[in-house]
Design a protein around this ligand. Structure first.
Ligand code: XIL
Length: 439
């Protein structure tokens, strides 16, 4: 009996000795020469994008040894750095992943076979629950394949032009809400937020307003009635409005000398926000403009307008138009308008996103390289947006569905492919870039 207790104590001591040795080896892995090499890894498939995987090297005893990945049989070698690696497959399929460790006595490998399916690509709107994903629409582009994509991918709707003044108020006293109603009803029926764009924009005014024949006071009353009528009509349906769009002159950064400023004075902006606020106190009111990421002077002028509106609680957010290209503006420039908006406690809208791939007019069809550059730029933009505190997030809105529908080709007079779907309604790499930005 005594002997067997001694024997047990001896084995316990021996076990303790091994455990202590093992622990001390783990603590100072750089001097590990005793742990046998065991090569292994784990694979995680992204929930956001089922074509994207993350691999994590879980091997033991490989300190100081070189290791690399191949994400398909005979695929390119990807160096195994510190921490997990991600890989994006271009298509659905079954792939053999290999991790190779270059051990002193020869390579040691671990493999795993995985199947990925990209057909069920996550919808843009389902990739985030902290902001909505918007699309600019036209009332005749909401059915058929347009409609399928709209309903699947988007939960925020903006009228590309049919809720601007020249469409809704074609002649004095005669409103035309046919197209606007169709868009708003469609959005409401499909549980989308509607972003109203835009009440006051110098570029979309009917001639009768531009050449208004009455007094300045009559002009002001007419604008007050216009804003009140439109905002009241859609109260409870349109969640947010761009009240004033593009009020700042390029270059001088002064107020643009629009008919609104000429007729109503410099504080026309404040008046418009007051009327909008009064008509629907629950609507979120935005100021929207372009070049405010990279043009520091314009950005400062914009925030001066915003601060003035904030002093009377007349504004809830800033819309930065994202008519950008694959080179410009930089991430830091985009971040600057985010910082100014967030530090004021306002909501940030990345509005009107399109990413030109041909700003220098040097290609005549979309190349693989440019499509990838566009994907990378979209990913960057979305990463910046996703890092915004939730309370300051609002929406990213894409300015049109298919490349062949973009306003930019007419605007610049040269070919481009700035959107997320090609003419056949197939999602482009830019679409993947958006999902990657949320991964
Ligand atoms: C553009 C639309 O895309 C066109 O269809 C329309 O003809 C003109 O306006 N800044 C804005 C948007 O705020 O309203 C503009 O949209 C693009 C520039």
């Amino acid at each position: 009996m005594k002997n067997s207790i001694r024997l047990r104590q001896f084995f316990l001591l021996l076990l303790l000795f091994y455990v202590v040795c093992a622990c001390s080896n783990n603590e100072d892995a750089s001097v590990d020469t005793t742990t046998p090499i065991a090569v292994s890894f784990e694979v995680l498939v992204s929930q956001q994008n089922p074509l994207r995987i993350t691999v994590n090297n879980t091997s033991t005893g490989i300190n100081g040894l070189n290791s690399y990945w191949q994400f398909s049989t005979n695929g390119p070698i990807v160096q195994d750095g510190n921490g997990p690696e991600t890989h994006l497959y271009e298509a659905s399929g079954t792939y053999v992943i290999t991790l190779t460790v270059e051990a002193p006595d020869g390579d040691i490998q671990a493999t795993e076979t995985i199947s990925v399916t990209g057909n069920e690509l996550l919808a843009l709107k389902d990739a985030t629950d902290t902001f909505s994903v918007g699309m600019a629409v036209q009332s005749n582009r909401m059915n058929g394949q347009h409609g399928e994509i709209l309903i699947r991918e988007f939960n925020n709707l903006t009228a590309e032009f049919e809720m601007k003044m020249n469409t809704m108020y074609p002649s004095q006293g005669n409103y035309n809400f046919t197209a606007a109603d169709a868009i708003v009803n469609y959005g409401v029926a499909n549980n989308m937020n509607i972003h109203g764009h835009t009440l006051i924009w110098h570029n979309s005014i009917p001639d009768w307003v531009e050449n208004f024949s009455g007094t300045d006071q009559e002009f002001e009353t007419m604008i007050e009635n216009y804003i009140t009528t439109v905002v009241t009509r859609y109260a409870g349906q349109v969640r947010s409005w761009d009240v004033v769009n593009e009020a700042i002159e390029d270059g001088s950064n002064q107020l643009r000398n629009s008919v609104f400023r000429q007729r109503m004075g410099d504080d026309y902006i404040k008046k418009c926000y007051q009327w909008a606020r009064a008509a629907d106190p629950n609507a979120l009111l935005f100021y929207n403009d372009y070049s405010i990421t990279f043009d520091a002077g314009k950005q400062a002028a914009m925030f001066a307008i915003v601060d003035n509106l904030m002093s009377e609680n007349l504004i809830d957010g800033v819309g930065a138009q994202m008519h950008i290209d694959i080179f410009f503006p930089t991430a830091a420039q985009i971040q600057s308008v985010v910082n100014g908006t967030v530090s004021r406690g306002l909501k940030m809208h990345f509005a009107e996103l399109d990413v030109r791939v041909n700003p220098n007019n040097d290609i005549s069809s979309l190349t693989e390289e440019r499509a990838i550059a566009q994907q990378n730029k979209v990913r960057e933009v979305v990463e910046i947006y996703d890092a915004i505190p939730d309370a300051n997030k609002f929406a990213i809105t894409i300015w049109g569905m298919r490349d062949n529908e973009t306003w930019l080709v007419d605007f610049w007079g040269q070919p481009d492919w700035p959107l997320f779907y090609d003419a056949a309604f197939t999602p482009k790499k830019a679409h993947t870039g958006f999902l990657e930005g949320l991964d």
